[in-house]
Design a protein around this ligand. Structure first.
Ligand code: NAD
Ligand code: UDP
Ligand code: UDP
Length: 346
């Protein structure tokens, strides 16, 4: 069967959403930490559609209940307000550990920056691994392409160890995730915990946090609000943008498969920030202006995933291009920014 993801921008047929045999019969109890966030809520949609029982643990730093409202009242769904920095006792078969704000910059991040950020990555991951150990659950860590730092190898393969500043402004995020990966592998090697590691590259789509400062959400919100698109630095730095349904498909394949990873999950389509601004202009407003701003410290110059390993061992590759995916998040942003007013896009 083919599953469908229900997003606020409508029905998206999740191409390739075929369910592995065997899963249909066994209902799993799955914990999704950070499940009220952007990626987590789309993952929860897929798990619920598959028939699993899902517990979300989230402290709502950057996520919101709105993202999960479609499951309220369903007896297979539970939402717990919980900070993963604190221990928790639950009985589950699998843990998707996503809890962590996805950007070290932006409005929310500046409020919780530094120790809190690092604590979430280190103590939060430790607690979830302790939980996995106690109940024998399989544990999946959502790590990040940021572990490659400002990469000296391009594109980045999983074998690359990265080029990271341990004391910079981004370190709470990238070094935090590197520590989380280390903890994950130590629990695997030392305690035989079944683990999976995904290194996620820049992902966008409906339900992205509007104010977390990431480039796609900034540009889309700015174009809709008729504000200039803020390009940092000279705009020639590159990123590779993945649509959220592709990521969710990859995470589920990784969890269900035999290989622990790490696996790069990203779309190899590489864009400069100026090119991204052009796609946003073409999608939302041809007249949107561009304003240059100073770049953030230690900003990686380029980033593009080598996904050969995921293609080969998981049979996964992304399907949605940036030009196809971007319009799918615009209507969601319109609704959230302007409410139900009509005729705003221009
Ligand atoms: P998000 O900010 O939308 O979601 C993160 C969720 O975690 C939010 O609901 C937030 O409230 C929750 N959270 C944060 N700290 C918590 C804590 N201490 N306890 C409990 N809940 C907490 O971000 P996202 O884009 O959905 O990212 C999900 C995961 O994927 C993160 O681990 C992120 O590092 C990783 N990732 C995302 C991207 C991307 O481009 N979106 C790229 C690389 C890695
Ligand atoms: N932990 C948790 N839930 C559990 C089991 C453990 O939150 O069901 C936490 C526990 O409080 C500890 C962490 O996970 O802080 C690591 O647990 P582990 O048993 O590996 O370490 P230990 O407690 O032996 O140092
Ligand atoms: N960026 C930008 N304008 C913005 C926000 C970000 O030009 O309004 C740039 C930023 O400097 C970086 C790139 O976009 O080079 C991606 O930033 P983001 O924070 O989205 O992701 P990350 O740096 O974590 O890959």
């Amino acid at each position: 069967i083919t599953l469908e993801v229900h997003t606020e921008s409508g029905h998206i047929n999740n191409a390739g959403g075929k369910m592995p045999l065997g899963l249909k019969s066994k209902r799993l109890r799955i914990l999704v930490t950070g499940g009220a966030g952007f990626v987590g809520s789309h993952l929860v949609d897929r798990l619920m559609a598959r028939g699993d029982s899902v517990i979300v643990a989230d402290n709502f730093f950057t996520g919101s209940k709105e993202n999960l409202i479609q499951h309220f009242g369903n007896p297979r769904f539970e939402l717990i307000r919980h900070d993963v920095v604190e221990p928790i006792l639950l009985e589950v078969d699998q843990i998707y550990h996503l809890a962590c704000p996805a950007s070290p910059f932006g409005v929310v991040a500046t409020l919780i920056r530094g120790t809190r950020f690092h604590k979430t990555n280190v103590m939060g991951t430790l607690n979830m691994l302790g939980l996995a150990k106690r109940v024998g659950a399989r544990f999946l860590l959502t790590s990040t392409s940021e572990v490659y730092g400002d990469p000296l190898q391009h594109p980045q393969a999983e074998t690359y160890w990265g080029n990271v500043n341990p004391i910079g402004v981004r370190s709470c995020y990238d070094e935090g995730k590197r520590t989380a990966e280390t903890l994950t592998m130590d629990y695997h090697r030392g305690l035989n915990i079944e683990v999976r590691i995904a290194r996620i590259f820049n992902t966008y789509g409906p339900r992205m946090c509007i104010d977390d400062g990431r480039v796609v959400s900034n540009f889309v919100a700015q174009a809709l609000r008729k504000e200039p698109l803020t390009v940092y630095g000279d705009g020639k730095q590159t990123r590779s943008f993945q649509y959220v349904s592709d990521l969710v498909e990859g995470l589920m394949k990784l969890m269900e498969g035999e290989h622990l990873g790490p696996f790069n999950l990203g779309n190899p389509g590489e864009f400069t920030m100026l090119e991204l601004a052009e796609v946003v202009q073409a999608t939302i407003d041809h007249n949107a202006k561009i304003e240059f701003r100073p770049n953030t410290e230690d900003d990686p110059h380029k980033r593009k995933p080598d996904i050969a390993k995921a293609k080969d061992l998981l049979g996964w590759e992304p399907r949605v291009s940036l030009r196809e995916g971007l319009p799918l998040m615009v209507s969601d942003f319109q609704k959230r920014i302007f409410g139900d007013q009509e005729d705003i896009g221009g």
